[in-house]
Ligand binder design. Structure first.
Ligand SMILES: [Zn+2]
Length: 296
Protein backbone atom coordinates (compact mmCIF):
# COMPACT_ATOMS: atom_id res chain seq x y z
CA UNK A 1 0.00 0.00 0.00
CA UNK A 2 2.75 2.32 1.01
CA UNK A 3 4.85 1.41 -2.07
CA UNK A 4 1.79 2.02 -4.23
CA UNK A 5 1.38 5.48 -2.72
CA UNK A 6 5.02 6.39 -3.24
CA UNK A 7 4.91 5.17 -6.84
CA UNK A 8 1.68 7.07 -7.36
CA UNK A 9 3.36 10.21 -6.14
CA UNK A 10 6.35 9.65 -8.49
CA UNK A 11 4.01 9.08 -11.41
CA UNK A 12 2.06 12.21 -10.53
CA UNK A 13 5.34 14.15 -10.52
CA UNK A 14 6.48 12.58 -13.80
CA UNK A 15 9.35 10.82 -12.02
CA UNK A 16 8.33 7.19 -12.49
CA UNK A 17 11.27 4.94 -13.28
CA UNK A 18 10.98 3.24 -16.71
CA UNK A 19 10.33 -0.20 -15.24
CA UNK A 20 10.03 -0.08 -11.47
CA UNK A 21 9.70 -3.85 -11.08
CA UNK A 22 12.96 -4.64 -12.88
CA UNK A 23 16.14 -4.81 -10.80
CA UNK A 24 19.03 -5.49 -13.13
CA UNK A 25 22.39 -6.89 -12.12
CA UNK A 26 25.53 -5.61 -13.84
CA UNK A 27 27.48 -8.34 -15.64
CA UNK A 28 31.01 -7.54 -16.81
CA UNK A 29 32.76 -9.71 -19.42
CA UNK A 30 36.37 -9.75 -20.61
CA UNK A 31 35.41 -9.54 -24.29
CA UNK A 32 32.51 -9.03 -26.67
CA UNK A 33 31.80 -12.71 -27.42
CA UNK A 34 30.99 -13.41 -23.77
CA UNK A 35 28.94 -10.22 -23.52
CA UNK A 36 26.63 -11.49 -26.25
CA UNK A 37 26.40 -14.95 -24.68
CA UNK A 38 25.58 -13.36 -21.32
CA UNK A 39 22.88 -11.16 -22.91
CA UNK A 40 21.23 -14.25 -24.36
CA UNK A 41 21.16 -15.87 -20.93
CA UNK A 42 20.21 -12.75 -18.97
CA UNK A 43 17.90 -10.98 -21.44
CA UNK A 44 16.08 -8.22 -19.50
CA UNK A 45 17.54 -9.18 -16.11
CA UNK A 46 21.04 -7.74 -16.53
CA UNK A 47 23.03 -4.88 -17.92
CA UNK A 48 25.98 -6.52 -19.70
CA UNK A 49 29.22 -4.63 -20.33
CA UNK A 50 32.34 -5.87 -22.16
CA UNK A 51 35.72 -4.59 -20.96
CA UNK A 52 37.30 -4.86 -24.43
CA UNK A 53 35.45 -3.46 -27.42
CA UNK A 54 34.57 -4.87 -30.83
CA UNK A 55 37.63 -5.67 -32.95
CA UNK A 56 40.06 -5.38 -30.04
CA UNK A 57 43.10 -7.63 -29.65
CA UNK A 58 42.17 -9.50 -26.47
CA UNK A 59 45.27 -11.50 -25.51
CA UNK A 60 47.59 -8.62 -24.65
CA UNK A 61 45.03 -5.88 -24.06
CA UNK A 62 46.08 -2.86 -21.96
CA UNK A 63 43.16 -1.45 -19.95
CA UNK A 64 42.91 2.34 -19.70
CA UNK A 65 41.49 4.15 -16.65
CA UNK A 66 38.26 4.43 -18.68
CA UNK A 67 38.14 0.64 -19.10
CA UNK A 68 38.46 0.27 -15.34
CA UNK A 69 35.75 2.85 -14.71
CA UNK A 70 33.39 0.97 -17.02
CA UNK A 71 33.74 -2.13 -14.85
CA UNK A 72 33.04 -0.48 -11.51
CA UNK A 73 29.83 -1.61 -9.83
CA UNK A 74 29.77 -5.01 -11.55
CA UNK A 75 27.93 -7.71 -9.59
CA UNK A 76 29.72 -10.53 -11.40
CA UNK A 77 32.58 -10.84 -13.88
CA UNK A 78 32.92 -13.46 -16.64
CA UNK A 79 36.25 -14.31 -18.23
CA UNK A 80 37.77 -17.16 -20.22
CA UNK A 81 40.92 -18.20 -18.36
CA UNK A 82 43.13 -20.90 -19.97
CA UNK A 83 45.80 -18.18 -20.34
CA UNK A 84 43.76 -16.07 -22.78
CA UNK A 85 43.45 -12.72 -21.01
CA UNK A 86 47.00 -12.05 -19.79
CA UNK A 87 45.82 -8.73 -18.33
CA UNK A 88 42.68 -9.84 -16.54
CA UNK A 89 43.75 -10.64 -12.98
CA UNK A 90 45.50 -7.31 -12.60
CA UNK A 91 42.43 -5.57 -14.01
CA UNK A 92 40.14 -7.37 -11.56
CA UNK A 93 42.06 -6.02 -8.56
CA UNK A 94 40.66 -2.59 -9.40
CA UNK A 95 37.05 -3.70 -8.96
CA UNK A 96 37.13 -4.60 -5.28
CA UNK A 97 35.29 -7.61 -3.97
CA UNK A 98 33.44 -9.03 -6.98
CA UNK A 99 33.32 -12.70 -7.96
CA UNK A 100 34.84 -13.70 -11.30
CA UNK A 101 33.70 -16.91 -13.04
CA UNK A 102 36.04 -18.77 -15.40
CA UNK A 103 33.84 -19.76 -18.32
CA UNK A 104 36.25 -22.37 -19.70
CA UNK A 105 35.79 -24.48 -16.54
CA UNK A 106 34.93 -28.00 -17.69
CA UNK A 107 36.41 -27.64 -21.18
CA UNK A 108 38.84 -30.39 -22.10
CA UNK A 109 41.93 -28.37 -23.09
CA UNK A 110 43.71 -28.92 -26.38
CA UNK A 111 47.44 -28.29 -25.98
CA UNK A 112 49.41 -25.89 -28.17
CA UNK A 113 51.74 -27.97 -30.30
CA UNK A 114 54.52 -25.48 -31.09
CA UNK A 115 56.14 -22.10 -30.47
CA UNK A 116 56.98 -20.60 -27.09
CA UNK A 117 53.51 -21.51 -25.77
CA UNK A 118 54.02 -25.20 -26.60
CA UNK A 119 52.46 -27.51 -24.04
CA UNK A 120 50.06 -24.88 -22.69
CA UNK A 121 46.33 -25.06 -23.23
CA UNK A 122 44.96 -23.43 -26.37
CA UNK A 123 42.73 -20.75 -24.85
CA UNK A 124 40.07 -20.46 -27.60
CA UNK A 125 37.68 -22.91 -25.97
CA UNK A 126 34.48 -21.01 -26.87
CA UNK A 127 35.20 -21.62 -30.56
CA UNK A 128 33.40 -24.96 -30.62
CA UNK A 129 29.77 -25.91 -30.93
CA UNK A 130 30.32 -28.62 -28.33
CA UNK A 131 32.07 -26.35 -25.85
CA UNK A 132 29.43 -23.65 -26.37
CA UNK A 133 27.19 -25.73 -24.13
CA UNK A 134 29.79 -25.71 -21.35
CA UNK A 135 30.23 -21.92 -21.63
CA UNK A 136 26.48 -21.29 -21.58
CA UNK A 137 25.99 -23.59 -18.59
CA UNK A 138 28.76 -21.74 -16.74
CA UNK A 139 27.09 -18.40 -17.50
CA UNK A 140 23.73 -19.73 -16.25
CA UNK A 141 25.45 -20.83 -13.02
CA UNK A 142 27.27 -17.49 -12.58
CA UNK A 143 24.12 -15.42 -13.10
CA UNK A 144 21.94 -17.71 -10.96
CA UNK A 145 24.37 -17.59 -8.03
CA UNK A 146 24.63 -13.82 -8.35
CA UNK A 147 20.88 -13.26 -8.75
CA UNK A 148 19.01 -16.33 -7.37
CA UNK A 149 15.59 -14.64 -7.77
CA UNK A 150 15.89 -15.01 -11.56
CA UNK A 151 17.59 -18.41 -11.63
CA UNK A 152 14.62 -20.03 -13.40
CA UNK A 153 14.69 -17.45 -16.20
CA UNK A 154 18.45 -17.87 -16.67
CA UNK A 155 18.10 -21.66 -16.90
CA UNK A 156 15.24 -21.43 -19.43
CA UNK A 157 17.03 -18.81 -21.55
CA UNK A 158 20.21 -20.94 -21.50
CA UNK A 159 18.31 -24.01 -22.74
CA UNK A 160 16.69 -22.20 -25.67
CA UNK A 161 20.01 -20.58 -26.61
CA UNK A 162 21.74 -23.98 -26.65
CA UNK A 163 18.98 -25.40 -28.86
CA UNK A 164 19.43 -22.50 -31.31
CA UNK A 165 23.18 -23.22 -31.57
CA UNK A 166 22.62 -26.94 -32.15
CA UNK A 167 20.06 -26.23 -34.90
CA UNK A 168 22.39 -23.75 -36.65
CA UNK A 169 25.27 -26.23 -36.80
CA UNK A 170 23.62 -29.44 -37.94
CA UNK A 171 23.74 -28.49 -41.68
CA UNK A 172 27.28 -27.05 -41.49
CA UNK A 173 28.60 -30.19 -39.86
CA UNK A 174 26.91 -32.29 -42.54
CA UNK A 175 28.57 -30.20 -45.30
CA UNK A 176 32.03 -30.72 -43.81
CA UNK A 177 31.48 -34.42 -43.24
CA UNK A 178 30.63 -34.83 -46.94
CA UNK A 179 34.09 -33.54 -47.98
CA UNK A 180 36.73 -36.08 -49.04
CA UNK A 181 39.12 -36.91 -46.21
CA UNK A 182 42.23 -35.34 -47.84
CA UNK A 183 40.45 -32.02 -48.28
CA UNK A 184 39.64 -31.64 -44.59
CA UNK A 185 42.29 -29.11 -43.61
CA UNK A 186 41.95 -25.85 -41.71
CA UNK A 187 45.00 -23.61 -42.24
CA UNK A 188 44.91 -20.16 -40.61
CA UNK A 189 47.12 -17.33 -39.31
CA UNK A 190 46.65 -18.03 -35.59
CA UNK A 191 45.95 -21.53 -34.28
CA UNK A 192 42.72 -20.23 -32.79
CA UNK A 193 40.49 -22.92 -34.25
CA UNK A 194 41.80 -26.12 -32.63
CA UNK A 195 38.46 -26.74 -30.90
CA UNK A 196 36.38 -26.03 -34.02
CA UNK A 197 38.70 -28.22 -36.12
CA UNK A 198 38.25 -31.05 -33.63
CA UNK A 199 34.45 -30.57 -33.70
CA UNK A 200 34.37 -30.80 -37.47
CA UNK A 201 37.04 -33.47 -37.94
CA UNK A 202 39.51 -31.10 -39.68
CA UNK A 203 43.31 -31.28 -39.49
CA UNK A 204 44.65 -27.94 -38.29
CA UNK A 205 47.77 -25.93 -39.10
CA UNK A 206 48.67 -22.27 -38.61
CA UNK A 207 51.42 -19.76 -39.37
CA UNK A 208 51.82 -18.94 -35.67
CA UNK A 209 50.49 -20.64 -32.58
CA UNK A 210 48.91 -17.81 -30.63
CA UNK A 211 48.53 -14.05 -31.10
CA UNK A 212 50.45 -13.27 -27.93
CA UNK A 213 53.46 -14.98 -29.52
CA UNK A 214 55.64 -13.97 -32.50
CA UNK A 215 53.64 -13.58 -35.70
CA UNK A 216 54.53 -14.37 -39.28
CA UNK A 217 58.32 -14.78 -39.10
CA UNK A 218 60.01 -15.96 -42.34
CA UNK A 219 60.51 -19.42 -40.80
CA UNK A 220 56.85 -19.68 -39.79
CA UNK A 221 55.73 -18.65 -43.28
CA UNK A 222 58.17 -21.07 -44.95
CA UNK A 223 56.95 -24.01 -42.83
CA UNK A 224 53.30 -23.41 -43.81
CA UNK A 225 54.21 -22.99 -47.49
CA UNK A 226 55.87 -26.44 -47.40
CA UNK A 227 52.91 -27.98 -45.58
CA UNK A 228 50.39 -26.58 -48.08
CA UNK A 229 52.46 -27.80 -51.04
CA UNK A 230 53.07 -31.26 -49.54
CA UNK A 231 49.39 -31.80 -48.77
CA UNK A 232 47.90 -29.89 -51.72
CA UNK A 233 45.78 -27.86 -49.29
CA UNK A 234 43.42 -25.66 -51.34
CA UNK A 235 42.92 -22.65 -49.07
CA UNK A 236 44.35 -20.56 -46.22
CA UNK A 237 42.37 -18.19 -43.99
CA UNK A 238 43.20 -15.31 -41.65
CA UNK A 239 41.52 -13.87 -38.55
CA UNK A 240 39.68 -10.60 -38.12
CA UNK A 241 41.91 -9.25 -35.33
CA UNK A 242 45.27 -9.74 -37.10
CA UNK A 243 46.87 -8.61 -40.36
CA UNK A 244 45.85 -10.82 -43.32
CA UNK A 245 49.21 -10.18 -45.03
CA UNK A 246 51.15 -13.30 -43.90
CA UNK A 247 48.26 -15.58 -44.98
CA UNK A 248 47.93 -13.71 -48.29
CA UNK A 249 51.67 -14.08 -48.87
CA UNK A 250 51.42 -17.84 -48.28
CA UNK A 251 48.49 -18.00 -50.71
CA UNK A 252 50.47 -16.14 -53.41
CA UNK A 253 53.53 -18.33 -53.03
CA UNK A 254 51.68 -21.66 -53.00
CA UNK A 255 48.83 -20.98 -55.41
CA UNK A 256 46.35 -21.86 -52.64
CA UNK A 257 43.33 -19.57 -52.41
CA UNK A 258 43.11 -16.92 -49.73
CA UNK A 259 39.78 -17.88 -48.15
CA UNK A 260 39.09 -14.64 -46.30
CA UNK A 261 38.55 -13.68 -42.70
CA UNK A 262 37.51 -15.97 -39.85
CA UNK A 263 36.17 -14.54 -36.62
CA UNK A 264 37.15 -15.83 -33.21
CA UNK A 265 38.45 -13.28 -30.68
CA UNK A 266 35.93 -10.49 -31.22
CA UNK A 267 32.47 -9.69 -32.49
CA UNK A 268 31.93 -6.93 -35.05
CA UNK A 269 29.90 -3.80 -34.39
CA UNK A 270 26.11 -4.30 -34.81
CA UNK A 271 26.21 -3.28 -38.50
CA UNK A 272 29.15 -5.63 -39.26
CA UNK A 273 29.21 -9.30 -40.31
CA UNK A 274 29.30 -10.94 -36.85
CA UNK A 275 27.40 -8.88 -34.26
CA UNK A 276 26.57 -12.00 -32.18
CA UNK A 277 28.33 -15.16 -31.01
CA UNK A 278 25.98 -17.28 -33.10
CA UNK A 279 26.88 -15.16 -36.17
CA UNK A 280 30.58 -15.51 -35.34
CA UNK A 281 30.38 -19.32 -35.20
CA UNK A 282 28.11 -19.52 -38.25
CA UNK A 283 29.99 -17.06 -40.54
CA UNK A 284 33.34 -18.62 -39.61
CA UNK A 285 32.09 -22.15 -40.26
CA UNK A 286 30.40 -21.16 -43.54
CA UNK A 287 33.58 -19.39 -44.71
CA UNK A 288 35.59 -22.55 -43.98
CA UNK A 289 33.10 -24.73 -45.89
CA UNK A 290 33.03 -22.29 -48.84
CA UNK A 291 36.86 -22.23 -49.01
CA UNK A 292 37.19 -25.99 -48.85
CA UNK A 293 34.48 -26.67 -51.43
CA UNK A 294 35.40 -23.91 -53.96
CA UNK A 295 36.37 -25.17 -57.40
CA UNK A 296 40.02 -24.32 -58.17
ZN1 LIG B 1 43.20 -15.46 -30.16
Amino acid sequence: MRLFTVLGLFIALGLAPASPALAQIKVLTSFTVFADMARNVAREHAEVVSITREGAEIHMFRPTPGDIKRGLGANVVLWNGLGLETWFERYLENLGNVKAYTLSDGVEPIMIAEGSYEGRANPHGWMSTGNAIIYIDNIVRALSETDPDNAKAYAANGESYKAEIAATFAPIRAAIESLPEQKRWLVTSEAAFSYLAKDFGLKEASIWAINADSQGSPQQVRRIIDLIRDNEIPVIFSESTVSPKPAQQVARETGAAYGGVLYVDSLSTPDGPVPTYLDLLRVTSETIVAGLTAKP
